[in-house]
Write a protein that binds this ligand. Structure first.
Ligand SMILES: *[C@@H]1O[C@H](CO)[C@@H](O)[C@H](O)[C@H]1NC(C)=O
Ligand SMILES: *[C@@H]1O[C@H](CO)[C@@H](O)[C@H](O)[C@H]1NC(C)=O
Ligand SMILES: *[C@@H]1O[C@H](CO)[C@@H](O)[C@H](O)[C@H]1NC(C)=O
Ligand SMILES: *[C@@H]1O[C@H](CO)[C@@H](O)[C@H](O)[C@H]1NC(C)=O
Length: 598
């Protein structure tokens, strides 16, 4: 039985009748053509997908030239996930979403990749003519937006027999609503794509969804095919080096972090030239082992200017302080613009790397062997300018050993103007990562010029186990000599025993900014330093001040997203209040079942 709802009938005039796709006839998705129509054959691994394909074939392809598959979290069901098709135009995002469910489907724009701090749209089969515009703050329970609903339902299709829900919707890219997340122009691949999540279920109302959830990233303004653009720009490389987990057997534990270190010699063994000259890294590409997608949660690559990995745990943390690459699902390769490179070898380039992988094994599967990691592409050709990493906040953990304080607290590091003044020229920031550990709640990094905040990066809802190094979704910006930085971290340490330190059970507060051209600060006596600014630094120009205090309530976190009872431009209509009561009931049902977890 197939239900066609009035909204679908309404939109059907916009559709062209197209022949059904015969997936055995089309070329399967390739590097050259991973998106759009052909990719639909591969979504849901092409398993029991007829209902989805029928619907997809029936829709006008020009409406949705782009698609992505958000991989589900259940390692036993790799064919599950959510197919997202989209187009951006006229100030709107147009979306079509499909998942293997008969009850409900939720799609969200997430800050860290998890379920907190998320902007959501929820479709339920029970109310096929409406959508619920929802958000989550710190709790994993969706709340209906207080301001008007911004997601417009275009069509819906619940196929109980085929086991799929599909719906089409559109929303303004920027609604100005404090409970919605704007979709920014992410057409440049240097800008972090939007983190997307989805969840689904067969129950009539949204409820605890276990592993029926998916994560990924969507470059809404992507120009053509990111994958082949990346390949083309890597054609100039002399070679590549893989930094991979070495036949690592994933333990039968829900969550573990494992590090793999690669010495200079191991890079040379993979064909990197053994030279004192400078080489350039020109791109990074994630390599997640096929079949292990659900286990590899995210990873971070750090680098050292020393060739060795034979160090104590603490020495490793200090030597591999510079973060060079971060991956979370959906993230594609990063190709640097052709005038930029990350220095390798030479006088002060990187010599060794460390990959720290967060594995998730929710179904406690035994004997899963992994070789995931990252590939970097290098060239011996010079590049016009070097990419550097600017470190502010407290990168060397100058406050090491101090307690954070019990309950809610505020910690602020201010890097003085004298530090950026050493650069003597303006620099451009391409990407900014913010970093705390487990008890972080919110982090901001402000750039200040003449007493005014000229740029502010924030992670409003921190979720360490989702994304311990959050790439802020923003465009590039310029730092002028004399600008200062103010990095602020908010924590909640319930038992008051946590200290600042390098271990993951301790805390940190820092920001890493990819910028160019790379600067070296002259320390005298022939010594120079990368752009580090932190508390109790040995170098007075880049010695940050530090202040901290306890906070009385969460209001003092000054969050700017998902605030309850915000000012709305228009008061909620009666219809919205009706929806609010509805989702309130959903919340209660979910509460009884436990937290909704992504
Ligand atoms: C699913 O899609 C594949 C193509 O990817 C097609 O060959 C197959 O027949 C479909 N399976 C079902 C059960 O619909
Ligand atoms: C991983 O194991 C396979 C099979 O035992 C072996 O061929 C391969 O060399 C191993 N790889 C590494 C990096 O140890
Ligand atoms: C590692 O370092 C220790 C002490 O510095 C040394 O004794 C040991 O031989 C080194 N191991 C390797 C594999 O180089
Ligand atoms: C850095 O600042 C701290 C106080 O914030 C001070 O105790 C220390 O001496 C300063 N270090 C240098 C090298 O200026």
């Amino acid at each position: 039985m197939k239900f066609l709802f009035p909204s679908l009938v309404l939109s059907s005039s916009l559709r062209c009748a197209l022949a059904l796709i015969d997936c055995s006839e089309v070329n399967r998705a390739t590097d050259e053509n991973p998106t759009g129509r052909v990719a639909a054959c591969d979504h849901f691994l092409g398993i029991e997908n007829q209902s989805y394909l029928n619907w997809y074939t029936d829709s006008d392809i020009d409406v949705y030239p782009n698609s992505a598959f958000l991989q589900g979290s259940d390692p036993q069901k790799p064919q599950d996930g959510a197919a997202v098709h989209w187009r951006v135009g006229d100030g709107y995002v147009h979306l079509a979403i499909a998942a293997r469910a008969t009850g409900w489907v939720a799609f969200g724009l997430s800050e860290a990749g998890g379920m907190i701090g998320t902007d959501m749209v929820i479709f339920t089969a029970a109310r096929p003519n409406e959508l619920i515009d929802a958000y989550t703050g710190e709790e994993r329970l969706p709340q209906t937006d207080d301001c008007e609903s911004d997601w417009e339902l275009v069509s819906s299709n619940v196929d109980l027999e085929g086991g799929f829900i599909m719906f089409e919707t559109k929303r303004l890219l920027n609604t100005n609503d404090p409970q919605d997340k704007p979709i920014i122009d992410d057409s440049s691949t240097i800008i972090s794509p939007h983190r997307a999540i989805a969840a689904w279920g067969d129950s009539e109302e949204m409820s605890y969804h276990g592993l029926n959830r998916a994560r990924g990233a969507i470059r809404f303004h992507g120009q053509g095919d990111e994958e082949s653009t990346f390949r083309t720009s890597m054609e100039v490389a002399d070679g590549s080096v893989d930094l991979l987990a070495r036949n690592f057997t994933i333990p039968t534990e829900e969550t573990i972090y494992e590090s793999f270190c690669f010495t200079r010699q191991e890079l040379i063994d993979q064909g990197l030239i053994d030279t004192q000259d400078k080489l350039n890294i020109i791109g990074w590409e994630p390599l997640v082992q096929a079949g292990n997608e659900a286990y590899v949660h995210h990873y971070v690559v750090t680098a050292s200017n020393q060739p060795s990995c034979n160090l104590t745990a603490e020495e490793l943390q200090m030597a591999f302080i510079e973060m060079t690459y971060v991956w979370a699902p959906g993230e594609k390769g990063i190709a640097f613009p052709d005038f930029l490179g990350v220095p390798l070898f030479g006088d002060d380039g990187f010599q060794a790397f460390r990959v720290e992988i967060h594995y998730n094994n929710p179904t406690l599967d035994a004997g899963v062997v992994d070789n995931s990691g990252v590939r970097f592409y290098w060239t011996s050709e010079p590049r016009e300018q070097e990419i550097g990493i600017m470190n502010v906040g407290d990168p060397f953990v100058g406050v090491r050993g101090q307690t954070i304080g019990s309950g809610l607290s505020f910690h602020q590091f201010e890097c003085p103007r004298s530090c950026s003044a050493l650069a003597g020229q303006e620099v451009t920031v391409l990407r900014e990562y913010l970093h705390m550990h487990e008890v972080g709640l919110r982090i901001t990094n402000e750039q200040i010029r003449d007493g005014e905040i000229v740029h502010k990066a924030a992670v409003e809802h921190w979720e360490f186990h989702q994304n311990g190094n959050a790439a802020v979704q923003q465009g590039s910006f310029v730092v002028q000599p004399g600008d200062s930085f103010r990095t602020t971290c908010f924590y909640d340490d319930q038992d008051g025993s946590r200290t600042f330190g390098l271990a993951s059970a301790e805390e940190m507060c820092m920001a890493f900014l990819y910028y160019y051209p790379r600067q070296k600060f002259d320390l005298g006596d022939g010594f120079s330093m990368a752009w580090f600014c932190g508390y109790d630094m040995f170098f007075p120009q880049c010695n940050a001040t530090y202040e901290s205090r306890a906070l009385d309530s969460k209001e003092e976190l000054n969050r700017e997203y998902a605030i309850a009872n915000p000012q709305c431009k228009e008061p909620p209509t009666e219809e919205d209040s009706g929806r609010k009561a509805f989702i309130g009931a959903l919340g209660l049902a979910a509460g009884a079942l436990g937290v909704l977890m992504i």
